[in-house]
Design a binder for this molecule. Structure first.
Ligand code: FRU
Length: 296
């Protein structure tokens, strides 16, 4: 039998309905195997704020030594994060933030930088700075999340400078979901004869838009599809098949999150923010990534 673990780490995941979240949980679990001192408890908020709040309340009652949380949205999870801090439980926030500075650490990608890179790339695809032209469909992630706002703001730093670029939609959210993006795109296709580029705030939504275009017989007319996440069996595969033009890697903070929790439990001080790197994935490097992951 396993000796009683010294530490209990709770991880409140917001949902397991999205593939990126499933990978995220796997990354936390794999890292936990390297730390026999740690007993890991993962909860699933089932994509509902109230459920995730209840999960966190529960982990607080269990007196976990560290709380890892990847919030469904900022506002609704802020209170319970502060409650944990008040109960002297350190909180490491992962990927999506909360509306308080009273946290132990934040780990995630730089979504403004990713959005900027996507915007700069879109401008290049549409003809280059000063000459870019085309009709753009942007499909937002969850409106209550910082990553969606950052991915929007970063993108527009570049595209808004181009008088030839027209935004066809007005802040339409697919809430990170493929099927919702499919519906948004179906309507956009009905309302607009010419669509040149789609920017989805994540790969499932970019792919949902691609499927809508395909079902409408217009996938060949839409020149460019850009997503974000870069999971090997999703975004990278879609890019390698030419269904998406590009995606940007958004590594899960799972392994790093658990390593930082262990560091803290060992008495080390944590830096306030850890920013995970990104990279552009196109047809050029997609096959290499697939090979490395045993998918080609
Ligand atoms: C999964 C997800 C990812 C996205 C991230 C943003 O729930 O939607 O696709 O990159 O969350 O927080």
């Amino acid at each position: 039998a396993k000796a009683a673990a010294k530490w209990k780490v709770g991880f409140s995941q917001c949902t397991t309905l999205e593939p990126w979240r499933v990978q995220f949980n796997k990354d936390v679990q794999a890292e936990a195997k390297n730390h026999p001192d740690v007993d890991l408890v993962i909860t699933d908020g089932q994509d509902k704020t109230e459920k995730q709040v209840a999960d966190c309340e529960n982990l607080i009652v269990q007196q976990v030594n560290v709380l890892l949380i990847s919030p469904k949205e900022s506002a609704g999870l802020t209170g319970v994060v502060e409650k944990a801090i008040d109960a002297k439980i350190p909180v490491i926030v992962l990927d999506r933030n909360v509306d308080t500075k009273r946290i132990t650490q934040f780990i995630g990608g730089d979504n403004v930088a990713i959005g900027r890179a996507a915007g700069e790339y879109a401008v290049k695809l549409l003809g280059g700075p000063g000459k870019a032209a085309g009709n753009v469909v942007e499909i937002w992630g969850g409106m209550g999340t910082q990553p969606a706002h950052d991915r929007h703001d970063g993108f527009h730093v570049f595209t808004d400078k181009e008088p030839g670029i027209k935004n066809l939609l007005n802040n339409q959210s697919g809430d990170w979901k493929q099927d919702k993006a499919y519906n948004i795109m179906t309507t956009a296709l009905r309302n607009h004869e010419k669509i040149d580029l789609v920017y989805g705030h994540n790969d499932p939504m970019a792919y949902g838009a691609y499927l809508a275009a395909k079902d409408a017989g217009r996938d060949k007319d839409i020149k460019f599809m850009i997503g974000i996440d870069g999971l090997p069996d999703e975004g990278v595969t879609w890019v390698s098949k030419g269904q998406l033009t590009a995606t940007f890697l958004y590594a899960t903070p799972g392994a790093e999150g658990l390593r930082q929790a262990v560091k803290l439990l060992n008495g080390e001080k944590l830096q306030p923010v850890i920013t995970l790197p990104t990279m552009l994935i196109t047809k050029d490097n997609a096959p290499d990534i697939l090979k490395k992951n045993g998918l080609l």
